[in-house]
Design a protein around this ligand. Structure first.
Ligand SMILES: [Zn+2]
Ligand SMILES: [Zn+2]
Length: 247
């Protein structure tokens, strides 16, 4: 059984299929930017008319809308009044001299707390990104020299089997070093781990290899921050130069 309201078309609603052909383009819905601009203009004019009519009062401390009167002359929020009292060492208005009781005033609006929450979230995200960058640099410092030795050894081995080719190691970029370490077979990673184990505890080596894998994944998607790649290649090339001589 179908509901009766579904069977009766809304009087204002035209059949969707015919709308496009009947209505001229100019009568179509305005673009979202125009709607947003109109809405903003509307909000501003409402605000102006409220200010003119004194319909909206604002806190003398934070200048945001506030409906709790603190003294004879001013409106304040609870937390703003507390801050005011702390700043002037007295819960008393500097203008009219009337004392106020912060606990009897209204709290600041929730959206202000939301904004603080967003700022905190952004700050945490920035801190996480900074930590990640620092960890990547530390990783580059640890892994790059060993990576150069490993790749050089493999190239040398290939050279013995199929003629000169060591020069091809030089024009490598960060992406190709990382991807060839990760995707050329487990031998490269085993050799790298073994080499790192000479100087590092097992847990550090495991973390370094797992970061190498995740950096290889990141290269295929969002990329890795440039400072990590730059440091890695500087240290990588230093080893090559020592081992191969100047290009
Ligand atoms: Zn306030
Ligand atoms: Zn006052």
């Amino acid at each position: 059984m179908s509901s009766p309201s579904a069977a009766v078309p809304h009087p204002d609603r035209k059949p969707a299929g015919k709308l496009a052909t009947r209505e001229p383009a100019a009568a179509a819905a305005p673009p979202p930017a125009a709607v947003a601009a109109q809405a903003a203009a509307q909000r501003i004019s409402v605000r102006i008319s409220m200010a003119e009519g004194q319909a909206e009062t604002s806190c003398v401390v934070c200048l945001q809308p506030c409906s709790s009167k603190a003294c004879s002359c001013s409106y304040m929020h609870k937390d703003c009044a507390e801050q005011y009292a702390k700043t002037f060492s007295a819960a008393k208005c500097k203008v009219c001299g009337v004392g106020f009781e912060p606990s009897r005033l209204n709290k600041r609006k929730i959206d202000d707390e939301d904004r603080r929450g967003e700022e905190l979230a952004r700050k945490r995200a920035r801190e996480r990104a900074a930590t990640e960058r620092a960890t990547n640099l530390e990783w580059a410092r640890l892994v790059a020299p060993s990576a150069a030795h490993i790749l050089l050894r493999h190239y040398r081995h290939a050279e013995e089997e199929s003629g000169p080719g060591a020069a091809e190691v030089r024009p490598l970029c960060f992406d190709s070093v990382v991807l060839s370490l990760v995707h050329s077979g487990e031998q490269y990673l085993d050799d790298l781990s073994e080499r790192l184990c000479d100087t590092q505890p097992q847990s550090t080596v495991e973390a370094a290899v797992s970061r190498l894998r995740s950096i290889a994944d990141d290269l295929m998607t969002e990329g890795v921050d440039a400072s990590c790649g730059a440091l890695f290649m500087r240290l990588f090339n230093q080893v090559l130069e020592r081992r191969l001589g100047p290009p």
